[in-house]
Design a protein around this ligand. Structure first.
Ligand code: XMP
Length: 506
C-alpha cells in the first residue's frame, strides 16, 4: 500500500505546485478535489488543505467539516485552509482593508516548533490573501507573524495541526520548501517515493491487475508511451504487443531509429509503414484542422486494422500522466477537459484501459525511464505533435514538401545536438512556409521556399517564450539549409511568444 500525503484542493491556482514541491522532495502525494476524500484512506498519513479563490464566509465557498480530519492525521492548512480551520473552530476571519499580495518577512515566535525548524529569522514568505485571521480560537497558538499579519502561522495545541497564512509552495517563499519538508518529516514518510520503489510496486500491481491478459499499446516514439511500454514489458513480458504507425510525417530517420530502439529494449513491436496511405488522404488538403482530423482518423484505421489481426487482446495501454488527470478534474468534480485517449479506441474496441504512469509528473516519467535502463535520447526527446510534420508544412502536404522539411529539420536538430543546445531547449523544429521568394545562387536567380526555425522554452506548453539562440548557431544552420536542401533559398527565425502566438504554426 502506498503511503501518501493527501492534498485537498479548494480551488487555488497553486494547488498543483504544492503537489510538485512534495514530489520534488521524493515523497508521494496525491491531489483530490476538496469534497472527494477517497473512501479508502488506508495509505493516507497526512493532509494538506489548499488555498481557495473564496472567502470562508462566502455562501459559495467550498466547505467540508474539518473536525472530521483534525486529530486523525497531521494536518497543514494553507491560506484558505488555515482560515477555514480557524473559522470552523469559532475564531475570527475578516476581510483585510487591502488585499495583501507580495513578499513579507516572518517573525518566528516559536523557532523550535517542528514546522518552523531551521527557518531563518525574517524569512521571506509569499502572501496572497484578501481575508485575514483576526482572532484565534481557544487552543490555537500563534507561532509566527509578519509586520502586517499577526497570525501568519499557528499550531493547535495537543494536535499535529498547523495553519499558515502564506504560501510555502510559491517560488517567492524563500524557505517554503523547508517548511513543507518539515511537514513531511512530521508526517513521517520522507523520501518514500523513488523511481525504483515506483517500478517495483507498479510491476506487482500490474501483474495483479492484468494476470495473464494480453495488452496492446500504441507507441508514438514519445517519452510517455515509451516508458509505459518498458514498464508493462517488465511486468507482463510478451503479453504486451506494441504497434508503431509510421505516417510518413515523422522527422528524418526517426521511424527507423525508434523501431530499432524499441527492439533493442526487447519490446514486441509491430512497425507499420503507412506513409503512402496518409499522403494520399492528405492530397490537396490545406486546412490545418482538416489535416489533423485526417491524420487522427488514418492513425486509428491503421491501428485497428493491425489490432484485428491479433487474438485475445483485453487491454489498451495508455501513456496518461498526472497533469492530464489534474487538468481533467475540477473541484466540483466535473470533467473540464477529458484527457485524450487514442481517438476513443478503448470504447470502440471494447478494451479496458491500463494507465501505469497516471500518477507521475513529466520529469518523474523520465526518472522512471532512466531507472528502467532506457537510453537518454529516448527520454530527453522534445515534445512532438501527433500529426507531426503534417502541421509544420503550411498548406497542402506533398511528398516533396515532406522531403524538404525533413532535410531542413534534420540539419537544425543535428546542429542543435552537436552544439550542446538540445537539452536546454524545450521544443524546437523547422516549419516549411508556403512562401517563395527570390534569391541568387552563383549566377542564377532562384525562386524557392522559405524555412522558419522555431525554438521555445515552456513548462507545460500553455505559455512559451522564444529562445535567444546564439547568432552563430543560427548562421550555421541557415547556411547549411540553404546550401544543402534543394528547394529552399531563405531561412527565418520565429521570435514570437505564446500567447498571443502558438508554438506550432498550424
Ligand atoms: P500550440 O501550437 O497549441 O502547441 O502552442 C502546444 C503543444 O502541443 C503540441 N501540439 C499538438 N500535439 N497533436 C498533438 O499531439 C496536435 O494536434 C498538436 N498541436 C500542437 C505542440 O507541439 C506543442 O508542444
Amino acid at each position: 500500500m502506498q503511503e501518501k500525503i493527501l492534498i485537498l484542493d479548494f480551488g487555488s491556482q497553486t494547488t498543483q505546485l504544492i503537489g510538485r514541491r512534495i514530489r520534488d522532495l521524493n515523497t508521494y502525494c496525491e491531489i483530490v478535489p476538496y469534497n472527494k476524500l477517497p473512501e479508502n484512506i488506508e495509505g493516507v498519513r497526512g493532509v494538506i488543505l489548499s488555498g481557495s479563490p473564496y472567502s470562508v464566509y462566502d455562501p459559495k465557498a467550498f466547505r467540508i467539516t474539518l473536525n472530521e480530519l483534525r486529530g486523525r492525521f497531521p494536518l497543514l492548512g494553507i491560506c484558505y485552509g488555515a482560515q477555514s480551520l480557524v473559522y470552523q473552530a469559532g475564531g475570527k476571519v475578516e476581510p483585510s482593508e487591502t488585499r495583501e499580495y507580495g513578499s513579507s518577512q516572518l517573525n518566528l515566535l516559536a523557532p523550535e516548533d517542528p514546522l518552523l525548524k531551521g527557518l531563518s529569522p525574517r524569512s521571506t514568505v509569499w502572501m496572497s490573501h484578501g481575508d485575514t485571521i483576526t482572532e484565534l480560537p481557544q487552543g490555537f497558538t500563534t507561532i509566527a507573524s509578519t509586520d502586517q499579519v499577526t497570525h501568519a502561522a499557528y499550531r493547535i495545541e495537543g494536535e499535529l495541526t498547523w495553519g499558515v497564512q502564506f504560501h510555502p509552495e510559491a517560488f517567492h517563499s524563500a524557505e517554503g520548501v523547508r517548511l513543507l519538508e518539515n511537514f513531511i518529516n512530521i508526517v513521517g514518510i520522507a523520501g518514500n517515493w523513488s523511481p525504483d520503489a515506483f517500478i517495483e510496486r507498479s510491476v506487482v500491481e500490474l501483474r495483479e491487475q492484468l494476470g495473464n491478459d494480453k495488452v496492446l499499446l500504441a507507441l508514438s516514439g514519445g517519452v510517455d508511451s515509451s516508458v509505459v511500454a518498458v514498464l508493462l514489458h517488465r511486468a507482463i513480458g510478451n503479453n504486451l504487443t506494441c504497434i508503431f504507425v509510421d505516417h510518413g510525417l515523422l522527422r528524418k530517420g526517426e521511424a527507423e531509429q525508434v523501431l530499432e530502439d524499441y527492439r533493442h529494449l526487447g519490446l514486441n513491436v509491430i512497425g507499420v509503414d503507412a506513409h503512402e496511405q496518409f499522403y494520399t488522404a492528405l492530397e490537396g488538403v490545406a486546412d490545418p484542422e482538416q489535416k489533423r482530423k485526417i491524420i487522427g482518423k488514418g492513425f486509428i484505421d491503421v491501428f485497428e486494422a493491425e489490432a484485428s489481426k491479433l487474438q485475445g487482446i483485453k487491454w489498451l495501454g495508455q501513456g496518461t500522466i498526472y497533469p492530464d488527470i489534474i487538468e481533467s478534474i475540477n473541484i466540483t468534480g466535473m470533467v473540464i477537459k477529458s484527457h485524450h485517449n487514442v481517438g476513443g479506441l478503448p470504447e470502440r474496441m471494447k478494451l479496458k484501459l491500463v494507465e501505469p504512469i497516471r500518477t507521475l509528473f513529466k520529469d518523474e516519467v523520465r526518472r522512471v525511464g532512466k531507472a528502467l535502463g532506457m537510453q537518454a535520447h529516448l527520454l530527453e526527446r522534445h515534445p512532438f505533435p501527433g500529426p507531426g510534420l503534417g502541421i509544420r508544412i503550411l498548406g497542402a502536404v506533398t511528398p516533396e514538401k515532406v522531403r524538404i522539411l525533413q532535410e531542413a529539420d534534420h540539419i537544425y536538430m543535428s546542429e542543435m545536438r552537436k552544439q550542446g543546445l538540445y537539452n536546454s531547449v524545450w521544443q524546437a523544429g523547422a516549419i516549411l512556409l508556403p512562401v517563395k521568394s527570390v534569391g541568387v545562387m552563383g549566377d542564377e536567380r532562384t525562386y524557392e521556399y522559405t524555412i522558419a526555425l522555431r525554438a521555445v522554452n515552456s513548462v507545460d506548453a500553455m505559455s512559451a517564450d522564444w529562445i535567444r539562440l546564439p547568432y552563430e548557431f543560427l548562421a550555421k544552420v541557415s547556411n547549411e539549409i540553404i546550401n544543402k536542401v534543394r528547394g529552399v533559398n531563405r531561412v527565418v527565425y520565429d521570435i514570437s511568444s505564446k500567447p498571443p502566438s502558438t508554438i506550432e504554426w498550424e
